[in-house]
Ligand binder design. Sequence first.
Ligand code: PGA
Length: 256
Amino acid sequence: MPHRPYIVGNWKMNGTRAMLAEARAIDRAAGRYPDVQVALAPPFTLIGALREAVSAMGVGGQDCHTQPKGAHTGDVSAAMLVDTGADFVILGHSERRKDHGEGNAVVQAKADAALAAGLAVIVCVGETLAERDAGKADKVVAGQVDGSMPVGEGALDAVAAGKVAVAYEPVWAIGTGRVADVPDVVAMHATIRARLTAIYGEAGDKVRILYGGSVNAGNAADLLAAEGVSGALVGGASLTADAFLPIVAAAGTGEA
Ligand code: PGA
């Protein structure tokens, strides 16, 4: 694995302050695996408290607005995420694309806004089952990469600095317990890498490509060992330290 492995937990719309104990336990373990970059993206409401509670791992948001401030009821800007202690943001998750009608152009604008505010970004892409069954998975995902990745002022520098990641999350594998076959993951990561090179040139090599979709303790080692997989975006299995830590362990060697 040429990049430092990146294991990110996406808590989605789960978690109240009672779950900070899990975050602390995950953070303690993150300290034992310094070769792995570990991060959690809790709901907006927990970012500040989680930032205070942890020291070894990254803390991020699950979305941000394209604008820095203004009349956008219910939205949160990238600058606000920074202010509350976030260091990265997940953008273009399939649940945002589906539930909130976010298309590639919006995701790209959000990614540019996030980088401009100083956040690192994880841009999510992935095909639906119907698209895969129709043989269109490659085309769909390539189009999402082409349309969603940040290209604004400073984007290339952020890419070169390793602040930009892609998460390949086949929609049919998210929360379903159905994980993509390793050869399919390898093939799609190669497709994504080719698009990143087309967009960013040599700097595109610095973009880590994570796999997401039903990653758990049982399948993490195989997925993380796969060619071109630099980490994982983990939903359900990131909600408890017991479920998440074996995934972190599978990515690293640890100190002991
Ligand atoms: P899952 O979610 O691990 O629960 O499948 C992954 C994600 O949506 O990021």
